[in-house]
Ligand binder design. Structure first.
Ligand SMILES: NC(=O)c1ccc[n+]([C@@H]2O[C@H](COP(=O)([O-])OP(=O)(O)OC[C@H]3O[C@@H](n4cnc5c(N)ncnc54)[C@H](OP(=O)(O)O)[C@@H]3O)[C@@H](O)[C@H]2O)c1
Length: 343
C-alpha cells in the first residue's frame, strides 16, 4: 500500500459543497462508493479510498455486504495517522438483510465499527427493507426459500434497534435505503428518530422525481447510488431494456462542451440537483474528475432542464432476489401504484 499524503493536485475539501441535514449536521455533497462488485479486490478498493481522501473526498459509502470494510478500516487508520481528523470524515455503513432480527443490529453495527476501526459512524443505513438472505454475487433468478415481504411491524422492530445506536453514540445518524414513498410514510409516522437520509438509485435515466421530491419535502436527504448508471455492472444485473446514461446524446453533448467524460456530467447533474451522488471508481483520474466536477464549470439552467427531460424510468438495480412469492415481477418490490404490495 502507498503511504497516505494529501495530494497537491487535489480539491480543497472546504470548497466541496455540503448538504445540511435536519439535525443541522453538514454532509459532503459527494461520496466515494465502495462496492467493487466482481471486478475489483478489497485491496484495490481500500487503496482507492486512501487515494480519494488524499485528493479531497471526505465522504465514503461503505457496507458490510461489500466484504471489504476490514481493508477500508486499515485505510482510515493510515489516513488519520497521516493527519486527517475523524470529524473531518463522513463515513456511512449499512445493515445487511440477514441482520434485521432482535439483537442483530447492534452486533452488526459493532462489527462494522471494528472492521472500519472507528468509534462511531456518521450514518448507518438499513440497506434494504426486506429481511432476506441471499449469497453475494448470486444470479437474479435465485430465490431464498425464506424470503419475506415488507412487514412494517417487523421493520419498526429493526428501526427501534437503529434508534438505540444513536442513543448509544455508535451512529450519529440513521437512515434508509431502497425505500418507497408508502414505506417511508409509515416510518415517518412511527419513528422516534426520523431517517436523516434515504439512499436510492438515481441517475439521468432514472431520476425518481416523486420519491426525490418526497424526501426533500420531508427533510430526508437523498443519496443517489449508481449515479453514472453503473455502466460496468455485472452482466447478471443487466436486462435488454436497460439504457446507458453515458451514451445519451444530451449528456454526451454537454460533456463535449466541458471537455470531460460523460460520467462526470452525471455526477455534476446529481450534485446540482441536490442528491448526494456516490460514484465508484478505483482509478485516480476518474475519482478526481468526479470530485472536481463539484467545484467547477456548473451546468447551465438549460442543461439542467435538458437532463431533466431524458429520464427513462430505467431502474437498473431491480432487486429480483428479494421477491418472496412465485409469479411476481420485480415491480412488486417498488410499490409502483402507491400502495405497499400485500404479502
Ligand atoms: N444502497 C444500495 O442498495 C446500493 C446499490 C448499488 C450501489 N450502491 C453504492 O453506490 C456506489 C456506486 O454505484 P455503482 O458502482 O454501481 O455505479 P456508478 O458509480 O454509477 O458507476 C461506476 C462505474 O462508472 C465508471 N466511472 C466512474 N467515474 C468515471 C469517470 N469519471 N469517467 C469514466 N468512467 C467513470 C467506472 O467504470 P470503470 O471501473 O470501468 O472505469 C465505475 O466502475 C456503489 O459503489 C455503492 O457504494 C448502493
Amino acid at each position: 500500500m502507498n503511504k497516505f499524503e494529501v495530494a497537491k493536485d487535489g480539491v480543497d475539501p472546504n470548497l466541496v459543497p455540503r448538504r445540511v441535514l435536519h439535525t443541522g449536521a453538514k454532509m459532503p455533497a459527494i461520496g466515494l462508493g465502495t462496492f467493487g462488485s466482481d471486478r475489483f479486490s478489497g485491496e484495490d478498493i481500500a487503496e482507492a479510498v486512501k487515494g480519494a481522501i488524499s485528493v479531497g473526498y471526505r465522504h465514503i459509502d461503505c457496507a458490510s455486504i461489500y466484504g471489504n470494510e476490514n481493508l477500508i478500516g486499515q485505510s482510515f487508520k493510515e489516513v488519520m495517522q497521516g493527519g486527517i481528523k475523524r470529524q473531518e470524515l463522513w463515513i456511512t455503513s449499512k445493515l445487511w438483510n440477514d441482520m434485521h432480527g432482535e439483537g442483530d443490529v447492534l452486533i452488526s453495527c459493532k462489527k462494522s465499527l471494528e472492521d472500519l476501526q472507528l468509534d462511531y459512524l456518521d450514518l448507518y443505513l438499513v440497506h434494504w427493507p426486506f429481511p432476506n438472505y441471499h449469497p453475494p454475487g448470486c444470479d437474479v433468478t435465485s430465490r431464498s426459500p425464506n424470503a419475506k415481504p415488507y412487514i412494517h411491524e417487523n421493520y419498526m422492530k429493526t428501526w427501534r434497534q437503529m434508534e438505540k445506536l444513536v442513543e448509544m453514540g455508535l451512529a450519529k445518524h440513521i437512515g434508509t435505503s431502497n425505500m418507497t414513498i408508502p414505506k417511508l410514510k409509515l416510518l415517518l409516522r412511527d419513528a422516534n428518530i426520523k431517517p436523516a437520509c434515504n439512499e436510492m438509485e438515481q441517475h439521468p435515466h432514472f431520476q425518481q422525481p416523486e420519491l426525490f421530491r418526497f424526501c426533500m419535502e420531508n427533510e430526508i436527504q437523498p443519496i443517489g447510488f449508481c449515479p453514472i448508471g453503473s455502466p460496468t455492472r455485472p452482466d447478471r444485473d443487466k436486462t435488454d431494456s436497460d439504457t446507458v446514461d453515458i451514451e445519451d446524446p444530451v449528456v454526451v453533448k454537454i460533456a463535449k462542451r466541458l471537455n470531460v467524460h460523460p460520467a462526470v456530467i452525471c455526477v455534476k447533474w446529481a450534485v446540482q440537483r441536490g442528491q448526494i451522488p456516490i460514484p465508484f471508481s478505483i482509478y485516480r483520474n476518474e475519482y478526481l474528475s468526479n470530485l472536481k466536477s463539484t467545484v467547477q464549470d456548473p451546468l447551465t439552467d438549460e442543461e439542467m432542464e435538458a437532463i431533466a427531460g431524458i429520464d427513462r424510468n430505467c431502474r437498473l438495480i431491480k432487486g429480483q432476489v428479494f421477491l418472496w412469492k412465485q409469479n411476481q415481477t420485480w415491480e412488486d418490490l417498488w410499490d409502483i401504484n402507491g400502495q405497499i404490495t400485500p404479502p
